[in-house]
Design a protein around this ligand. Structure first.
Ligand code: ADP
Ligand SMILES: O=P(O)(O)O[C@H]1O[C@H](CO)[C@@H](O[C@H]2O[C@H](CO)[C@@H](O)[C@H](O)[C@H]2O)[C@H](O)[C@H]1O
Length: 444
């Protein structure tokens, strides 16, 4: 097989949808590890490359490509190669790499439900995404992970935990994975059950808000259900035994609350410094907002820290057959894997979803002046479902007051994250979290 022409990599990267560094001048690209894949009719190079920019931190990416006289071509454009990559996981095969090995894994306990058609069709998911997803036989969705981080991938770890250690099924089950073991170790691909005809929660909610000026009972019942499923997800996380160190619940201590509170105050400083130039009126809210974070440090500690979803919003749930399913457990993309794997208060996920209701209402209002005021009932229904499902759980704070103070502080934390996220990615959207910050009443 012709080796890859490394001098062509920067140009190749700039044409790839998943490449996050398009705006930055590249200084150099080097290969950290590679595998020559000779898989039946398909041959290509799987390479882990490191991109060094003129400015900023280096990034690692996975490419699966082959050299042709016309230039580099992605192997995933070839259906046979997609099937061959999938079969590495399906058959639990191993292939040596330059400094480690690629290990395929098929999760036996979920196998029985995945009857794959033969021949196995391949469909590319043409959506804006930071990875590359392919649907096989309309039964399995394989996500080839592009930007690689150091450490254990939370989406792999959580998917494996839920599929093998719990009976929680409100999620497309993880059925297989490809991991690179060795010095450049990383999760390379994940295979989940594909949910046909699913609509994501964001599209679903926007549609309902567009149609229903006054929210109907059906929509509020769906939101109650969403809350209940989240309560069950948290109960599944909290069910880990004491030997499962990555998942077992831990007591929530005063120092946790103090650490989280200090971190929110720090994020407030950074965020107002960035956003304050565009939205001068935010500065006047600084003290009022700091009070929310400070109240968090004064709460009497109760409940537990558990593993959580970590980046929960309406785009991270699917609606299919009148059921909600949670997916994409990779956590907030801007944080390190270590930070995303930390145990936290479950209320952080609750706050994330509540923020999404405000985003949905603001989006519909911007489209054509639909009335405001629908976040409150949506939030109430969602919280009612959550509290009912999680009632008596050891991970929840032991008083309503602590519940509310913590929830408000995590809503503020998410709002600040959203301001930074929007400034970096979608400046036109920054007004949504900024306006919500301006609306926050003074903490009691
Ligand atoms: N199991 C699944 N079944 C059906 N559709 C899915 C499934 N998982 C993901 N999707 C769809 O694929 C899109 C991209 O998946 P996601 O895991 O969010 O990729 P990325 O992390 O690259 O953004 C999602 O927005 C969703 O619409
Ligand atoms: O889905 P990702 O893991 O990439 O999450 C990131 O992008 C989200 C936007 O796509 C962002 O979510 C924010 O916008 C949503 C509407 O597009 C809204 O529903 C969310 O509530 C809001 O936070 C998310 O924060 C970011 O991590």
């Amino acid at each position: 097989m012709t080796p890859l022409d490394l001098t062509k990599l920067p140009d190749f990267l700039k044409t790839q949808r998943w490449f996050a560094g398009k705006a930055w001048p590249i200084k150099s690209v080097s290969v950290v590890d590679h595998v020559t894949m000779e898989l039946g009719t398909c041959s290509f190079t799987l390479a882990i490359i490191e991109v060094i920019y003129e400015l900023g931190n280096p990034e690692r990416y996975q490419i699966m490509a082959r050299q042709t006289p016309e230039g580099l071509v992605s192997a995933l454009e070839d259906d046979d190669c997609v099937r061959a990559v999938f079969n590495l996981a399906r058959e639990g095969r191993q292939v040596a790499s330059g400094s480690g090995r690629v290990v395929g894994e098929w999760i036996a306990s979920t196998d029985s439900g995945v009857a794959l058609p033969d021949p196995l069709s391949v469909r590319r998911l043409n959506v804006e995404q930071s990875n590359t997803s392919l649907v096989l036989g309309e039964r399995v969705i394989v996500k080839v992970i592009r930007k690689l981080e150091a450490g254990v991938n939370p989406e792999y770890e959580v998917g494996r935990f839920l599929a093998t250690k719990t009976s929680f099924r409100a999620t497309p089950q993880l059925v297989g994975a490809l991991n690179l073991e060795g010095p450049g170790g990383a999760t390379l691909a994940l295979a989940h059950r594909f949910v046909p005809d699913a609509v994501d929660g964001w599209k679903y909610t926007l549609e309902r808000l567009r149609q229903e000026k006054a929210l109907g009972d059906g929509f509020l019942a769906d939101m109650r259900d969403l809350g209940a499923r989240l309560g069950e997800l948290h109960k599944a996380f909290a069910s880990a035994g004491p030997d499962d160190l990555a998942f077992s619940p831990e007591p929530l201590l005063q120092e946790d609350l103090q650490r989280w509170s200090a971190s929110i105050v720090g994020e407030l400083g950074v965020t107002l410094a960035d956003a304050g130039r565009l939205h001068a009126d935010l500065e006047g809210r600084r003290d009022g907002l700091i009070a929310y974070a400070k109240r968090l440090a004064q709460v009497a500690p109760s409940g537990q820290k558990i593993r959580i979803h970590g980046d929960l919003h309406l785009g991270q749930v699917l609606r299919s057959k009148d059921e909600w399913l949670f997916f994409d457990f990779e956590g907030e993309p801007s944080r390190s894997f270590t930070a995303r794997r930390e145990k936290y208060s479950a209320l952080r996920d609750v706050a994330g979803m509540i923020r999404s209701f405000d985003y949905a209402e603001a989006t519909v209002a911007l489209e054509g002046g639909q009335p405001r005021g629908r976040v409150g009932p949506t939030r109430d229904a969602f919280l009612e479902g959550y509290r009912q499902a999680a009632r008596g759980a050891a991970f929840l704070p032991d008083s309503d007051e602590a519940f509310n103070v913590m929830l408000r502080a995590f809503e503020l934390e998410k709002l600040l994250y959203e301001v930074r996220y929007e400034l970096a990615n979608r400046p036109d959207w920054v007004r949504i979290p900024v306006e919500a910050l301006l609306r926050m009443e003074d903490a009691q």
